[in-house]
Design a protein around this ligand. Structure first.
Ligand SMILES: [Zn+2]
Length: 278
């Protein structure tokens, strides 16, 4: 008999669900008459970055984080990219940033420019090579990503964009960054990141964000800010963690005079057949 592994995913977009889950893993910790009474009486502002509002926060926050981390098996997150094909993602998963392959692509894409100016741009970016090596950036909420930081979806890797930006100015008239928009397919990958791949500091960040939202409900004092977690994963994420993908048709564009980027390629070879879409 096959043993079903429990698969519990924190999906930041489903606020109601993760607020309910708190009862399952942190009830004895948070829902004590004493703590609730203090919050309801004092009604502090329940920030996520300053936890002074929470009594015993030095002990309570790490304990809450431990419980949350044992409850969930995965954090759902979204990766924005502009690959030429999705094959490599479905074959090898998400592999962290590799400057060598980005530089190779950069040289191909700008093969018509003097090699010396390409070399100069590559050299100017060298300081970022090692600090960013092996990292993958993901966001807890795809809607927010498409709205507020969709440039990875429009241009592809930030590193490639920065290389192209280094070519502009000086003798050249063209904005070379726009050339990145001529290759690849704007894509959002939906990924269930195994919790053990999330760095501890980022788990703690999520725990504080959940506590903050919970506190705001308890005190009935909403802070009126909505943010979603960001994840920087330093190891490869296996292909089976990719749950879906799509190609957004409209993306907010901060690097262009036209504020909305219209993507006309909304299907690729790896999209599920139309018959499977409900
Ligand atoms: Zn597709």
């Amino acid at each position: 008999m096959k043993v079903e592994m429990t698969h519990r995913v924190l999906d930041w977009r489903n606020r109601r669900a993760w607020l309910q889950h708190i009862r399952s893993y942190a009830k004895p910790l948070l829902l004590t008459p004493k703590l609730v009474a203090v919050l309801e009486r004092r009604r502090p502002q329940c920030w996520s970055d300053v936890m002074e509002w929470l009594p015993d926060h030095h002990d309570l926050v790490p304990e809450f984080c431990d419980r949350m981390s044992s409850y969930y098996t995965h954090f759902k997150a979204f990766h924005g990219c502009r690959p030429e094909s999705l094959s490599s993602y479905y074959d090898h998963g998400l592999r962290g940033q590799n400057a060598d392959s980005i530089i190779k692509k950069f040289r191909q894409l700008f093969a018509d420019l003097p090699p010396a100016s390409l070399d100069r741009a590559i050299e100017k970016m060298q300081h970022r090579e090692s600090s960013e090596r092996g990292k993958t950036w993901l966001s807890g909420d795809d809607r927010q990503m498409v709205r507020d930081f969709g440039h990875y979806i429009i241009n592809g890797s930030e590193y490639l964009l920065a290389l192209a930006a280094k070519l502009s100015g000086g003798h050249y008239e063209e904005d070379y960054r726009l050339r990145l928009r001529t290759i690849g397919i704007p894509t959002v990958l939906e990924v269930d990141i195994p919790i053990e791949l999330i760095p501890p500091a980022q788990k703690l960040e999520v725990a504080k964000m959940i506590l903050s939202e919970w506190g705001q409900l308890r005190t009935k004092r909403p802070l009126g800010i909505s943010s979603s977690p960001c994840y920087v994963v330093r190891s490869d994420i296996p292909a089976e963690c990719i749950k879906a993908h799509y190609h957004p048709a409209r993306i907010r564009d901060f690097h262009h005079c036209i504020p909305t980027y219209i993507n006309k390629t909304v299907r690729c070879d790896h999209c599920p057949p139309a018959s499977e879409l409900a």
